[in-house]
Design a protein around this ligand. Structure first.
Ligand SMILES: *Cc1c(COP(=O)(O)O)cnc(C)c1O
Length: 428
């Protein structure tokens, strides 16, 4: 549904704020403006949920259709050799490695982020005999905490998940019993960014390793895993990387840990010689030991289109635009939002947050639904967070301006009080 675009005449913001024309002027000189054409967005939509499910790249349908028609349809099983399907996990991993500042041969694509976390945590624990603590924070994404709990219970060797209440408590909680620190680089609710290099150094100083979850970082912020000396990392293909619903995830293992990399999901494709069909497992050398079963070839073809778009961009420019987009949106909303009960839940400094801005409001769910009905899509995270992600490749400054105007209009008019907006859906 096309949103009613508030014009400058009805500008709902104080005089010191940027006007809609200012936002248009920023778009006119935006060095990333052309990237928007690579995406198929519904007309009129203001899509601020690319941090949950990225937009469809225009080239994806044809790439996937061609694979089905010309590779699978024509070549059937010969496709594995002829089209390099089996090598896709590593080949696409090498592309993602370039985006996250990792060396070639350190990243594979496949499985979900949750499964990859399990492998990384298991490898970290196996490498730290005598240490029993997995350290994380209460605000971490639930799947990360659940996977750690499940792994500790499965191992049954006295491992435990220790959770601190705030990010500031992490450094002080790393001790001689810490086997691995597990953190999400950009907080999924607030967008707060961890200092990857400093926290990694702190873990290493105590003899611990660290697993970084890059779900809200890959494709959103410049990353340099090598320089930060990260041990392991995982991330999503379907968020900022625009790989499509359920796109496979990635797993990074630093080269210096390949020799002691042991993970219990010993699938045949992580074997040194899968087609020798030996009765016992022997891990493949290098990152290939992180592979479990058959690669999701069709899904990886879709993900590759999204990743290729990023490889043509300068991540410094992406970050600069992301900071500017989130800042114009935050400034506009907070210029009037406080009077209607809106509190900013994200760090005020653009450099301290990822590519999102979140607000708290007791009626956050209803407000998000009312905005969606106007064509402005954000999402709700229980209990009271409205979350707005800014994918710099396909969003314009005028979208940020319009979204802020709609949000203010929604709370000012109390449009969110319509009963239909209180109906809860399965996916929020
Ligand atoms: C989205 C997200 C995940 C998703 O995990 P899947 O197993 O791919 O569904 C994991 N961690 C974080 C921090 C996330 O935001």
């Amino acid at each position: 549904m096309p949103p009613a675009r508030p014009g400058d005449a009805a500008a709902p913001f104080p005089a010191h704020c940027p006007t809609r024309n200012d936002a248009k002027a920023m778009d006119a000189v935006d060095p990333l403006a052309d990237a928007r054409a690579a995406f198929a967005l519904p007309p009129g939509a203001i899509y601020l949920d690319g941090n949950s499910l990225g937009a469809l790249p225009r080239a994806t349908p044809e790439r996937v259709a061609a694979l089905l028609r010309e590779e699978w349809g024509r070549d059937l099983i010969a496709g594995w050799n002829k089209h390099g399907w089996m090598a896709m996990s590593a080949r696409l991993g090498d592309k993602i490695a370039r985006l996250i500042g990792a060396a070639p041969g350190t990243v594979v694509v496949g499985d979900s982020t949750s499964i990859n976390l399990f492998k990384a945590l298991a490898a970290a624990l196996a490498a730290a005999p005598g240490r029993t603590t997995i350290l994380s924070e209460r605000g971490n994404f639930p799947t990360d905490l659940y996977m750690a709990e499940g792994l500790a219970a499965l191992l049954d060797k006295g491992h435990r998940l220790k959770i601190v209440d705030t990010p500031a408590q992490i450094a002080g909680a790393i001790d001689a019993d810490t086997a691995v620190v597990m953190l999400t680089h950009v907080d999924y609710k607030t967008g707060a960014l961890h200092d990857m290099a400093a926290t990694t150094a702190r873990a290493h100083a105590a003899g611990a390793r660290i697993v970084w979850d890059l779900a809200h970082s890959a494709g959103a912020v410049p990353l340099d895993l090598t320089a930060a000396r990260a041990d392991y990392a995982v991330g999503c293909g379907y968020k900022y990387l625009n790989g499509g619903p359920g796109a496979p995830a990635f797993l990074y293992v630093a080269e210096r840990h390949h020799a002691d990399f042991r993970q219990p999901l010993q699938g045949w494709l992580g074997h040194a010689q899968p087609f020798a069909f030996e009765p016992s497992y022997r891990p493949a050398p290098g990152i290939a030991a992180a592979i479990v079963g058959s690669p999701p070839v069709i899904a990886m073809a879709a993900l590759e289109v999204g990743v290729d778009i990023f490889l043509r961009q300068d991540m410094g420019a992406v970050r600069a635009k992301s900071e500017a987009l989130t800042e114009i949106f935050r400034t506009l909303v907070m210029s009037r939002g406080g009077a209607f009960g809106i509190e900013c839940a994200s760090p005020a400094a653009p450099e301290a947050r990822g590519s999102q801005v979140s607000f708290r409001h007791p009626k956050a769910y209803e407000i998000v639904q009312a905005l969606i009905a106007r064509g402005v899509t954000g999402d709700f995270r229980a209990p009271d967070i409205m979350r707005f992600g800014f994918a710099p490749l396909y969003l314009r400054y005028v979208d940020a301006w319009d979204a802020a105007a709609h949000l203010i209009d929604t709370v000012e008019s109390r449009a969110y009080e319509e009963p239909r907006y209180a109906v809860r859906q399965a996916v929020t």
